[in-house]
Design a binder for this molecule. Sequence first.
Ligand SMILES: *[C@@H]1O[C@H](CO)[C@@H](O)[C@H](O)[C@H]1NC(C)=O
Ligand SMILES: *[C@@H]1O[C@H](CO)[C@@H](O)[C@H](O)[C@H]1NC(C)=O
Length: 151
Amino acid sequence: MFKFGTLALFLLAMCAAPLQALEFTDCGSKTGKFTRVVIEGCDTTKSECILKRNTTVSFSIDFSLAEEATAVKTVVHGRVLGIDMPFPLHNPDACKDSGLHCPLEKNETYRYTATLPVLQSYPRVSVLVKWELQDQNNVDIVCVEIPAKIQ
Ligand SMILES: *[C@@H]1O[C@H](CO)[C@@H](O)[C@H](O)[C@H]1NC(C)=O
Ligand SMILES: *[C@@H]1O[C@H](CO)[C@@H](O)[C@H](O)[C@H]1NC(C)=O
């Protein structure tokens, strides 16, 4: 009985820790790979990033790529209740004002920076944010999924 209890507690501790921490999932990066994602004000010990309405959230994605990219486009969707909805951006051209100098060379690492307007009109829901950087052929250089909650 004592042994079982100890084992159960141990397993619980092992399982609980990674489940609670925030995870940035790769949702289909093709020619690149992200190594680090930083979101302003996001508590990574929580399971979701809180996005406050009527604010602009800035963040960065570090990535490397295996193919040259002459153009880079940002495409953002929010999945709510299984439905993907586009997030409009001020500046979808990732070669402009986003820390990238195009063309991107292969085998280099880059830091992309962006801001996401969280509009007052958005509903207060949990949303899976899918952030894609696409190359000149509309192929995903990186695709990052960020579990978030609009508040
Ligand atoms: C949104 O933010 C602006 C500027 O920070 C502020 O003036 C405005 O009152 C805010 N709107 C709401 C509905 O909170
Ligand atoms: C890029 O990296 C790969 C694997 O590390 C290597 O095989 C290739 O020669 C590199 N290409 C260039 C252009 O440096």
